[in-house]
Design a protein around this ligand. Structure first.
Ligand SMILES: Nc1ncnc2c1ncn2[C@@H]1O[C@H](COP(=O)(O)OP(=O)(O)OP(=O)(O)O)[C@@H](O)[C@H]1O
Length: 807
């Protein structure tokens, strides 16, 4: 019997069979190759996709490598695109960018964002980072309202491990906050945004530049003009983060006189005078840790090492006991070009050949010293350089007039290419040994899930690029080398990640369809072999001497070629009709919109209180961090006299106040500068009662603010005290955080009482966060325009996610 031919029906542009299964899009039938004709923007070797986020420097885009064979899995990256012309106008921005790049180059830790490489073309500098797919940490807390203790403990241990590692490298982050933490797909913490990173030196680790976001900045940064102990400032920020994890809101956000925290001096007065309060659901042991961290007096604040030994982190002691050297070992495996220079630490690798005097190192020594103006000349051609001259930065200048098209990377090295190919088979690391047994389907995985369990610890460590290629196919010498001559790798290294991290994403599954025109790029199946490294390419990019930092920097400035963002010229998507260039680059060109610039200017404006201090440095005694227990900290004695201060300066750019910005804009911005606080107050301003749940799950009616605006008795009392003293923001009596007014013991006593007096406050704040859950359109307030308020809250939140003000 003749089979009945399948009937196909047409509905819309989709052809379905009789079971209504989609068979093929009609567009594909009518235009079979159109799918491949999509225009895709590329940046160097990466196809550029949707926008992952936006920061001070511009957009961060999802990118992935082009597949060279059907079995290849594109590697995903996050590309921070910075317009070069925006850097020229803003020296501070430039400094931040180079700080970030230079710091990240030397940090390899599972909880610190991994720098893949840095590329530039004539228009953009692209900082290529590993793609972290789990989203932003603050959103994660919002979704959960607050974290369970065990979860907070694990994530805090990871944060501390990362911070300890960077401190061991002589680097301080100085801008640790929820917004600068991401989660990977296994919900491991990843520290990002190293724009404020700086070096400290053992012999003198004091710093002067105040930075960070107000809510997370240690009091000594704000209320003292003295130099501060940099690592202790990071510790404070970690404490605020831990508090937010456990409580679901930030500490000290209940000053009704300053509900949005607009008045930074007042905010810090409040912080230094008001005992730390806890919601009832935070148990005694983490409270004890928080009390040791959130101590305004930096001398009495615990150190990172002491935190690691705290009882609360006991379950993760094994993980925390891993020494930074261990992570360096990983670094040496993954970035052999650095290890050949010996210590991966800062001093040898960051110091510039142009400043041989070690005493000349300054706070900006992370920035590669160079004669920037000098270097703004045409770039050197690769072809003209011999191997021996690789490190001679002067050649860059000498060869400046050569053909730009011949430009390649700076700092390449002709030898040692094989060092880039990490032979897992021959040199398994402990982690790899631990996880090698998880191999499957002929491929050697160090861990199926990309996680490694630390023996004796519930902590799992995320692995980096550990998914290995099939043995025997580690590299593919026949593969076409990276030939995008127009792109220049900034930095004397290139770390091709031959083993892409197993990930849940591939382009066809992007969540961000709306912003991604590249969704239909043909890609290979997940689980297939990763892209092999190109040993020639590696060879070309390698500079083991590491002496060309100057040259690198010069090249950063100098290698300005004329090419713009390129369109995909190879691979399946190349079989296209002529591409619409503007369509392809449109999204990238939108990086610096006027709105963004206006906000940046407002940001600068807001630093109006800044004043550079010239007071002498204070010698701070080494702390005693040996004692860690859950006992209460004894009351501290006064270490310093109280002093009259202005907020320490904040940045020189504060003088760049733009008169063209109207007051209204500034006011709006002021109002919104604290992500949580502003949100909290904006919500509180419009609702009176919120139905919520307390920690036991009972539904409770929570008063957000009473009519007089007082959130609790303690806050009210202090506010009354303060109200008489604060008349002028510029000259304000702020208690020295070094004084004992707020020290541990006293704080402890008032803390719980205060909390008891106002048990609903913490719940209320946590409610605030919970109402922002993205998937919830409503919150149970009474008689309000719920949609409008939620959307305002979300807007504010998004705004602050992007633009947390820095002092
Ligand atoms: N490696 C990454 N993986 C995934 N998403 C990322 C990554 N890096 C950044 N993002 C996203 O892009 C956003 C902006 O990134 P980031 O904060 O690093 O930019 P920035 O310009 O340094 O911002 P900031 O204003 O904080 O200095 C982040 O909030 C995050 O959502």
């Amino acid at each position: 019997m003749a089979s009945v031919p399948k009937r196909h029906t047409y509905s819309g542009n989709v052809v379905t069979d009789r079971n209504h299964h989609s068979v093929q899009k009609t567009n594909d039938i009518l235009h079979p190759i159109r799918k491949n004709q999509r225009k895709h923007a590329t940046f160097g070797p990466y196809i550029v996709g949707s926008t992952l986020g936006e920061g001070e420097f511009g957009k961060v885009k999802l990118g992935w490598t082009k597949a060279f064979s059907p079995n290849e899995v594109p590697k995903q990256v996050a590309i921070k695109l910075i317009r070069r012309d925006s850097i020229k106008k803003d020296a501070d921005k430039e400094v931040k960018i180079y700080r970030e790049i230079n710091a990240l180059k030397h940090l390899t830790h599972p909880n610190i964002i991994y720098l893949e490489e840095v590329l530039q073309n004539s228009k953009y500098i692209g900082i290529v980072l590993e793609f972290v797919s789990g989203g932003e940490f603050y959103k994660y807390i919002q979704r959960k309202r607050r974290l369970k203790e065990s979860s907070a403990c694990r994530l805090f241990a990871q944060l501390i491990s990362g911070v300890d590692y960077m401190h061991s490298k002589g680097l301080v982050h100085r801008d640790l906050k929820l917004e600068n933490l991401l989660l990977d797909k296994h919900e491991n913490l990843v520290i990002t945004d190293f724009g404020f990173v700086n070096e400290f030196f053992e012999d003198n680790e004091l710093m002067r530049t105040s930075c960070g976001s107000p809510c997370y900045a240690a009091p000594e940064l704000v209320v003292s003009t003295k130099a501060y102990e940099a690592r202790k400032a990071d510790v404070w920020s970690c404490g605020v983060i831990l508090y937010a994890m456990l409580a679901g809101y930030l500490p000290w956000d209940d000053d009704h006189e300053n509900p949005t925290g607009d008045d930074i001096a007042r905010l810090y007065q409040y912080i230094t005078q008001t005992p730390l309060k806890f919601p009832e659901y935070i148990t005694p042991v983490p409270r004890d840790l928080l009390r040791r961290i959130l101590v305004p007096n930096p001398r009495r604040r615990v150190s990172v090492r002491a935190i690691q030994r705290h009882e609360w982190l006991k379950p993760h002691h094994a993980f925390l006991s891993i020494q930074p050297n261990y992570w360096d070992e990983q670094l040496r495996k993954e970035r052999p070009q650095l290890s050949t220079r010996g210590d991966v630490g800062r001093h040898t690798t960051y110091s510039s050949p142009t400043s041989p005097d070690p005493k000349s190192r300054d706070r900006n020594s992370l920035i590669i010293e160079s004669t920037m103006e000098q270097s703004r000349v045409s770039p050197q051609p690769l072809a003209s350089r011999s191997a021996s001259s690789t490190n001679d930065s002067s050649l860059i200048l000498n060869n400046a007039k050569m053909n730009e098209k011949e430009l390649r990377v700076v700092g390449e090295h002709p030898s040692d290419s094989t060092k880039y190919v990490r032979d897992i088979k021959n040199s398994p690391s402990p982690i790899e040994q631990t996880t090698a047994r998880h191999s499957s389907k002929g491929k050697k995985h160090t861990s199926v899930a990309g996680l490694v369990t630390i023996p004796g610890s519930p902590t799992t460590v995320r692995t980096r690029d550990i998914l290995s290629e099939p043995i025997g196919q580690v590299s593919d010498p026949g593969r076409k080398a990276f030939t995008q001559e127009e792109f220049h790798r900034i930095g004397n290294y290139h770390v091709p990640r031959s083993r892409p991290r197993p990930t849940s994403y591939y382009p066809g599954l992007s969540r961000n369809n709306a912003d991604n025109s590249l969704m239909d790029i043909p890609v290979n199946k997940l689980g297939a072999t990763g892209r092999s490294s190109d040993s020639k390419n590696l060879d070309r990019l390698y500079n083991p001497e590491g002496k060309s930092l100057n040259a690198v920097h010069d090249s950063t400035k100098a290698t300005i070629s004329n090419n713009a963002i390129m369109l995909l010229s190879e691979g399946p998507a190349a079989k296209t009709s002529p591409v619409d260039y503007h369509h392809a680059i449109g999204d990238l060109n939108a990086v610096d919109q006027p709105t963004t610039e206006a906000i940046v200017k407002m940001n600068e404006d807001l630093a109006y209180k800044a004043a550079e201090s010239g007071s002498p440095r204070e010698k701070i005694d080494p702390e005693n961090d040996s004692m860690i227990s859950t006992k209460k900290e004894p009351n501290a004695s006064t270490d310093d006299e109280g002093m009259e201060t202005q907020p320490e300066n904040v940045s020189r750019s504060s003088k760049k106040s733009d008169a063209s910005l109207n007051k209204e804009n500034r006011k709006n911005y002021d109002r919104k500068r604290f992500s949580f606080m502003s949100l909290y107050s904006s919500l509180n301003g419009s609702r009176s009662t919120v139905e919520s749940r307390n920690s036991k799950g009972n539904s409770v009616a929570v008063s957000s603010r009473n009519p007089s605006g007082q959130s609790n008795k303690t806050g009210s009392k202090i506010a009354q005290q303060q109200s008489g003293t604060i008349s002028d923001n510029s000259v304000l009596k702020v208690p020295n955080p070094d004084s004992n007014a707020n020290d541990g013991g006293k704080r402890n006593e008032t803390t719980d009482n205060a909390e008891d007096r106002n048990p609903g406050r913490s719940v209320r704040a946590s409610v605030m966060i919970s109402t922002l859950r993205e998937d919830e359109n409503t919150w149970s307030s009474e008689g309000h325009n719920v949609d409008a308020q939620t959307s305002t809250a979300r807007k504010v939140l998004n705004f602050f996610k992007r633009r947390s003000m820095r002092v």
